[in-house]
Design a binder for this molecule. Structure first.
Ligand code: ZN
Ligand code: ZN
Length: 350
């Protein structure tokens, strides 16, 4: 039997804990994030390509966050992890860039009616509608020269690239299910100015779990918005978009995440950038959680208890013993990586 590699222990080292019962807080028995698409990784069953997708299983929901850069690579990775796309509760498309949405055609082939949340943008590929008052009128023209024969509808609809898809557009930050919020922010960076991006924030009794796509609006701004939901940021996965940022800029962002927002654990991927991986690893130490394509990040089951700092309640007694041994090392990332990975059956295994 083939065994999948899980980062259970690394997640335990990170202190990532679980969801419990409380009003406005997500609840789940089993919580994990599987990286389905990225351009680095150590899982030989997975294809590597630029882009991002993650299966987020929390709060009793199975959320597909982004769909990667290539339909066929996405389909192959979904198959390799034995993810059943007919069992997805909903899809979140973070933004319109093709390295996050090109796999949608595969999702729709398998599950044509699946609910999809996407950012609302004027004239964007996910469709939109604006009041017909947006255009200037000239009543002196003959009707044959007037738009809509001079009788415009209240709203002008702009089509979507996937006409039959069940897309719900998100304009502003919205709690779409108890404890599950889509943070909507707009990029102000030249090159992506006006691009709207959704980030997934899941509130748990142990803090916020945040999944970001490309962070075009700025990872600091996204984390600031997340902190307004719950200032305790437990975990961030995804692309931080510092792939071309000079060292000084990286240092500033890393310090903001660590010192200003006191982010507890990071699992960066995609457009975070190689030098940023280094800087984050140095700053976060064993709270940097490796997350290549194929990695399963175990967030642990719900306990509602108060575990010791750094000890995930998901740990069985023997795992806890191993954890405590490993935790004695100052810098676990200097150790051979294999020591921190445990093989165990996952939902991807035969
Ligand atoms: Zn992008
Ligand atoms: Zn991207």
């Amino acid at each position: 039997m083939k065994l999948g590699v899980t980062l259970l222990l690394a997640a335990a080292l990170s202190g990532v804990t679980a969801m419990g019962c409380a009003t406005g807080v997500a609840v789940a028995a089993d919580n994990q994030i599987t990286i389905l698409y990225d351009v680095f990784g150590n899982d030989r069953a997975m294809k590597k390509d630029w882009g991002y997708s993650a299966l987020v299983e929390v709060a009793g929901k199975r959320i597909l966050f982004d769909t990667g850069n290539d339909r066929d690579v996405f389909a192959a990775n979904v198959k390799a992890k034995k993810v059943d796309l007919t069992k997805i509760d909903f899809v979140v498309l973070s933004h319109r860039h093709s390295d996050h949405m090109a796999g949608l055609s595969h999702v729709l082939r398998v599950n044509p009616k699946v609910k999809i949340y996407a950012p609302q943008e004027l004239g964007g590929i996910y469709g939109s509608a604006i009041p017909s008052s947006f255009y200037r009128k000239d009543g002196s023209l003959p009707l044959e020269m007037r738009y809509y024969d001079g009788k415009p509808p209240e709203f002008v609809k702009f089509g979507r690239a996937w006409q039959d898809a069940n897309i719900e557009l998100i304009d502003k930050t919205t709690e779409i299910a108890p404890g599950i919020t889509l943070i909507a922010l707009v990029s102000e960076t030249p090159g992506t100015r006006e691009l709207k991006e959704l980030s997934l924030a899941i509130n748990t009794p142990d803090g916020l779990v945040l999944v970001v796509g490309c962070s075009h609006p700025g990872i600091e701004k996204i984390v600031e918005a997340a902190a307004a939901i719950n200032p305790k940021i437990r975990f961030i996965a995804g692309g931080f978009h510092l792939v071309v940022t000079p060292d000084e800029g990286i240092t500033k962002v890393v310090a903001t995440l660590k010192d200003t927002f006191k982010v507890e654990n990071v699992a960066p991927g995609h457009c975070t950038g190689e030098p940023t991986f280094t800087a984050l690893k140095r700053a976060f130490g064993n709270r940097y959680i490796y997350a290549g394509v194929g990695t399963l990040l175990s967030l642990g089951p719900s306990t509602g208890g108060g575990p010791r700092r750094g000890e995930g309640p998901a740990l069985k007694p023997n795992e806890l013993t191993t954890y405590r041994k490993l935790a004695r090392h100052e810098d676990p990332f200097d150790q051979p990586q294999a020591r921190y990975l445990r093989s165990r059956p996952s939902h991807s295994d035969n």
